[in-house]
Write a protein that binds this ligand. Sequence first.
Ligand SMILES: NC(=O)c1ccc[n+]([C@@H]2O[C@H](COP(=O)([O-])OP(=O)(O)OC[C@H]3O[C@@H](n4cnc5c(N)ncnc54)[C@H](OP(=O)(O)O)[C@@H]3O)[C@@H](O)[C@H]2O)c1
Length: 297
Amino acid sequence: MNPVNTKPYQLPADATWFVTGCSSGIGRAIAELVVSKPGQRLVATARNPSSLSYLADDNDAILKLALDVTSRTSVEKAFKAAADHFKEFHIDVLVNNAGYELAGDTEATTEDEMHDQLETNFFGTVRVATNATRVMRQSKDHRGGVIFNISSLAGVAAFPGQAFYHASKFAVEGWSESFARELHPDWNINFCIVEPGGVKTEFERGSKRYTGVHEDYDGADMPGRQLAAWVKKGLAAGAGVPPSAVAEVLYLVASRNDKVPLWLPLTSTAGQLIKMKLQARLENLEEVKELTPIDKK
Ligand SMILES: NC(=O)c1ccc[n+]([C@@H]2O[C@H](COP(=O)([O-])OP(=O)(O)OC[C@H]3O[C@@H](n4cnc5c(N)ncnc54)[C@H](OP(=O)(O)O)[C@@H]3O)[C@@H](O)[C@H]2O)c1
């Protein structure tokens, strides 16, 4: 398999960051961090640009744009507006962050609900990353860039009661890894699949969407309900890291003049759970090793 991200990445002193979902949470924390760094430029996007009022209006290094990742037209319009605004337009860092979680029982999920989840978290990520890749690829000097696709611990390990959220993030992981391997190394485009654990944002509050309740899954002994109760307890106890911690580490990865990791689990819990998942897969390989080699028979 061809290796990815083999060379150290150097963040330009006048780098332009393009961030989706800047109205709250991780996107907002990244926007706030980028504008605090002298020389860095920011394209901050949100479905409703009035949610970006925390960013200055009179700073040439900041461009605020409307962008709904579910709309191809909206994405293309935002990229055009950014290119028109900055004289020598380039995107150095994309943070593909917009997303939400659909929670609930699979058997109670409507077609619209499941499609909306994939449309935002997966196809939205694809639309924005593809446009950013074109801009990075066409840079004259192989300036390249970094594409942070915000996946999740939920993009590697799956838990009950949020199957379509997992499907969307597993899709982000598979697509990002494959697309990263399509690129010529000389283009210097570095994908980083970010896998946070719990982050204290609107994610578990205002942004979360729920399917209807399926009566056959509604018992306290059902795995989905048990997990939901455990998560609720953790949230009440203050579990999770602040979004600024995610922003700091993404800035570090982009700016430390080192190779960009293809996968970046964030929080020790996410690291442990991903390790458990991978160990389970190794054990499974052992368990089925008599059945696996059908090509050798
Ligand atoms: N918080 C966690 O524990 C956690 C853990 C792992 C991964 N993540 C991932 O981190 C990312 C950011 O979430 P967050 O925790 O910062 O939650 P958040 O505070 O709810 O922020 C989500 C952002 O996504 C935006 N968004 C949703 N749908 C959109 C669309 N169609 N087009 C453009 N923007 C849209 C929201 O904008 P509006 O204001 O317009 O709704 C909001 O700005 C998500 O991809 C999430 O899956 C979060």
